[in-house]
Ligand binder design. Structure first.
Ligand SMILES: [Ca+2]
Ligand SMILES: [Ca+2]
Ligand SMILES: [Ca+2]
Length: 461
């Protein structure tokens, strides 16, 4: 009986597979049949302005729009020390006072420390792993350095950032200035542990993340090629990370090393670590274990559950901007070159999201995020040398490229890469090494007009 039902199940499954072959999320199908402007499928937003990354996905129900607006308000709100009627509980140690201070206009932030617009933070750990295979917290400092604190509390550390410049010359004589950051720590509230490792990270854009959260795990795993079986030099593997809420290991999608699995944990941890606000998802104070903090009165949950949930829904329901100039011949040439030099080996152009019964605009959408959500070795130039679960000290999550042509409009000066060191698109490409060395070398060897076409394509995203 049991055997019989297994056979029937297989037959049914096989039939289903044949019937819906075209709808297999990993099989993009015929590109010409689709509008190339729809980067986010039904969650694409067309009215391009400086606030374009802040647009909710079109057609939200009145209820969803209400929650989105509530979350938007909390996202932009600078928090203050407790007691305060609504937006209290900041600190005692933190990196900034508002989500929007690090994700300007829902885009990226400013690569600096200290001032309110500063959006860089440093993760810290010591060699070894914690009980879940994650980074090993630095005693007295935890996993992140909070370089700002409330009055009367000493920040964990002071950080200075400087750059050294290096001129790069293309074979045809064109030049680019590459810019290497140097972080100097001073005035730690207790001595830093020996052998500590740092990971500098700049707040990335936060739109389109509901779609990324809804890409089936099997689709992401289908992009991985850990043994490089197809011989293109690109490996890529998934990161598996501990979810403190479900208490399970899950596929990492968010964070610059794919070090967080869900938007719920990403947002709650941002509140906890970046702003010092506890919640039902992250109830432990960010200063847990610090000697100087025992006198600080900061008890209980800082955030109402509804407030946290609204912000989670807010980032989940931000749309993706539509592409522009898609039929421009230069842009089309750039798109061809992007595939020819195999940028697309990591920056995967097309995939489908899974079914989501709660938000139709996220459900079964054909999207163009230009990421595989895997981590890749990008070589020593970009390495932080600090492992984060299965992502090694040279590996980073493939940055999504959708919307990147609008950075100048939304954020003014653009800052690319995990620490914002690159100020132009060619500079960002030049930093690619490791698994991306071949793509980078092919880009360098292109005639200037073709390099410009490739950049024009990226600007159309
Ligand atoms: Ca607090
Ligand atoms: Ca800390
Ligand atoms: Ca490969």
């Amino acid at each position: 009986m049991r055997k019989f039902s297994v056979i029937i199940g297989c037959v049914l499954a096989a039939t289903c597979c044949i019937m819906c072959r075209k709808a297999d999320p990993a099989t993009p199908g015929n590109d010409d049949a689709f509008d190339p402007r729809l980067s986010g499928g039904a969650a694409t937003f067309f009215d391009i302005s400086s606030g374009t990354f802040s647009a909710p996905i079109p057609g939200l129900s009145a209820h969803d729009q209400y929650v989105h607006t509530l979350g938007d308000e909390v996202f932009e709100q600078p928090f203050v020390a407790a007691p305060a009627p609504k937006f209290g509980g900041l600190g005692p140690a933190f990196n900034n006072t508002a989500c929007a201070n690090c994700h300007h206009n829902d885009g990226f932030g400013l690569p600096s420390f200290g001032a309110l617009g500063s959006s860089l933070l440093l993760r810290i750990s010591i060699p070894g792993t914690d009980e879940h295979g994650g980074p090993n917290a630095a005693p007295g400092f935890g996993g992140q350095l909070q370089n700002v604190a409330l009055l009367g509390v000493q920040p964990e550390v002071h950080v200075d950032l400087s750059y050294t410049d290096q001129l790069f010359t293309f074979p045809d004589g064109a030049t680019a200035t590459m810019h290497t950051p140097l972080y100097t720590l001073s005035a730690p509230y207790i001595p830093l542990p020996s052998g500590y490792m740092l990971s500098p990270r700049l707040g990335p854009p936060v739109f389109g993340l509901g779609l990324l959260e809804n890409i089936p795990e099997s689709t992401i795993l289908s992009f991985a090629d850990p043994l490089d079986k197809n011989g293109d030099g690109i490996k890529g593997h998934a990161n598996y990370v501990f979810n403190p809420y479900t208490q399970k290991k899950e596929l990492g999608r968010f964070g610059l090393k794919a070090n967080t699995s869900t938007l719920q944990v990403q947002v709650a941890t941002a509140f906890q670590q970046d702003m010092g606000l506890t919640s039902y998802v992250q109830p432990r104070k960010s200063v847990y274990g610090q000697l100087q903090m025992q006198s600080v009165t900061d008890t209980g949950k800082d955030l109402a559950d509804s407030m946290l949930n609204a912000v989670i829904f807010y980032v989940r329901s931000l749309s993706v901007p539509a592409r522009r100039n898609v039929s421009d011949p230069v842009v089309k040439r750039g798109e061809f070159l992007f595939k020819q030099v195999n940028c697309s080996g990591c920056h995967t152009p097309t995939m489908y999201t899974g079914v989501d019964v709660s938000l139709p605009a996220l459900s079964y959408q054909r999207i163009h995020p230009y990421t595989d959500l895997l981590v890749h070795d990008l070589g020593p130039g970009l390495a932080d040398n600090r492992p984060d679960y299965l992502a090694s000290g040279t590996e980073w999550r493939t940055a999504p490229l959708w919307g990147m042509g609008l950075f100048v409009k939304t954020n003014g000066t653009p800052y690319y890469l995990h620490d914002g060191r690159a100020r132009t698109i060619p500079e960002a490409i030049l930093w690619h090494g490791g698994e991306a060395q071949s793509a980078r070398d092919k880009f360098v060897a292109l005639p200037a007009a073709d390099r410009d076409a490739l950049v024009a394509f990226l600007r159309s995203l």
